[in-house]
Design a protein around this ligand. Structure first.
Ligand code: URA
Length: 437
């Protein structure tokens, strides 16, 4: 078999046989197929797509390209969640402790942010001394002990995705439904969980820009999970504006702490309550979504979810004093208020523009090697639908960059805002729930 023939076959719109997909994935992981041929294949798939069988086969070979985790030493139904990425998405930091405080077992392996989207691991690492490096054995012990661990994916888990994702990120091939579905599901299946809640983001700040694409991606992933007897449900969530108010690593951790203390933004909390209710029913802890939602409200109100987060931080070596006193987090040197130049209703806060601006302020990586400034980012003062007058605060910018570097970024932030003279309704954060392929 020759890789070039397979690339041309897909380029010309033909289906790849199972053994041809295996040849590609095996060869690429072993280093026998070079990056340039895998890039060409990704681009061919981007344009020509894949059918259900091809996507299932690709997922299967990716899942088995490295170790597969056995979580059977954890008692009960293990649940996991995965977001397809967004701006200001600190959901796992709030939702994880909430469901764990209700008795769910969450052994979560998270990723880093790249480009305009943030990653849970980077956010967690803004907590001094916290370690995201745990062996599978240590992670299992932690989940058995306190019900939750959020750690980094080990190098041996789904190496095919690690190589392919990094390549797609720099070759314009991220936004492909077969490639995202195989990437997400191979990781979730390899991490050994019983039930999977997928948060498929939709809108400007997401990879899926419209509902049709998001629905198709969600159904594809739910189909893969269900065919392998994993209870898989997808929530389609709005990512046209950033989630919550804070964008940037320690700024988002502070918002997550406030949320766990009962002062969370409405959209973030609604996403946590809806996703958490589904997860508690998947874990068979609750029989109905209503009962689950009630339980989740209780653990916020009685402080159990906040306590669970503190336990997790402590178990992973983090300094809990920062969680109890978030004012201890390092603050950027330059704090700049961005004020409205117009009056009206906010019609749009473009999540992609805000995500890119936050990254440029130092809050994200442009390449994998870049070091993140944990204190950099943007905190919104209002959301879509808010009425503002000229001079009102739109957002606050946090950066350690000098004025000559951040001045042009302020212009880009202004560009993210669109106004309307008439009243505007923000989109609901939960756009749809997909339970069947
Ligand atoms: N998240 C993933 O894990 N993989 C993708 O391809 C896109 C988002």
């Amino acid at each position: 078999m020759r890789m070039v023939d397979l690339i041309m076959k897909k380029r010309d719109g033909f289906e790849l046989a199972d053994e041809e997909i295996k040849f590609w994935i095996d060869g690429y992981v072993k280093g026998e197929i070079p990056d340039y041929q895998s890039s060409a294949m990704n681009m061919a798939i981007f344009f020509e797509g894949m059918n259900k069988r091809e996507i299932a086969t690709l997922t299967d070979y990716m899942e088995h390209s490295g170790d597969v985790v056995d979580l059977s030493d954890i008692e009960g139904i293990k649940v996991d969640k995965h977001s397809t990425g967004g701006v200001g998405d600190k959901t796992s930091l709030v939702l994880g402790p909430m469901v764990a405080a209700c008795g769910a077992k969450l052994a979560k392996m998270s990723g880093r942010g790249l480009g305009h989207t943030g990653g849970t691991l980077d956010k967690l690492e803004s907590i001094p001394n916290l370690s995201i490096s745990k062996s599978i054995k240590q992670m299992i012990a932690q989940v058995n002990d306190i019900g939750i661990a959020i750690v980094g994916q080990t190098a041996a888990l789904v190496p095919a995705d690690k190589k392919l994702y990094a390549l797609r990120d720099v070759t314009g091939t991220v936004e492909s439904i077969p490639l995202i579905a195989a990437s997400v599901m191979s990781k979730k299946l390899a991490s050994g969980t019983d039930a999977i809640l997928l948060d498929v983001t939709v809108g400007e700040g997401a990879f899926m820009k419209n509902m049709n694409q998001a629905r198709e991606l969600a159904k594809t992933m739910v189909g893969i999970g269900s065919s392998l007897h994993r209870n898989t449900i997808a929530v389609l969530s709005d990512m046209s504006e950033p989630l919550g108010f804070a964008v940037g690593n320690n700024l988002e951790v502070k918002e997550a702490i406030a949320s766990l203390r009962g002062q969370g933004p409405e959209d973030l909390m609604e996403l946590c309550y809806t996703s958490g209710s589904i997860m508690l029913v998947q874990a068979k802890i609750c029989e109905t979504l209503e009962e689950a939602r009630e339980k989740l409200h209780q653990v916020i109100e009685n402080g159990a979810a906040f306590k669970k987060f503190c336990q997790m931080v402590e178990a992973q070596g983090g300094d809990v004093e920062y969680i109890k006193h978030p004012e201890k987090f390092e603050m950027a040197r330059n704090i700049v208020e961005v004020r409205s130049k117009e009056s009206g209703y906010i019609k749009e806060i473009n999540a992609l523009d805000i995500g890119i601006s936050s990254m440029k302020l130092g809050g994200g990586r442009e390449t994998l090697e870049d070091k993140i400034d944990m204190s950099a980012g943007i905190v919104l003062a209002c959301k879509v639908g808010s009425k503002v007058k000229k001079g009102d605060l739109l957002c606050t910018v946090y950066t350690n960059k000098p004025l000559n570097e951040y001045a042009s970024i302020l212009d880009e932030i202004y560009g993210a805002y669109k106004y309307s003279r008439s009243k505007v309704e923000a989109l609901p954060v939960i756009r749809e729930v997909i339970r069947e392929a």
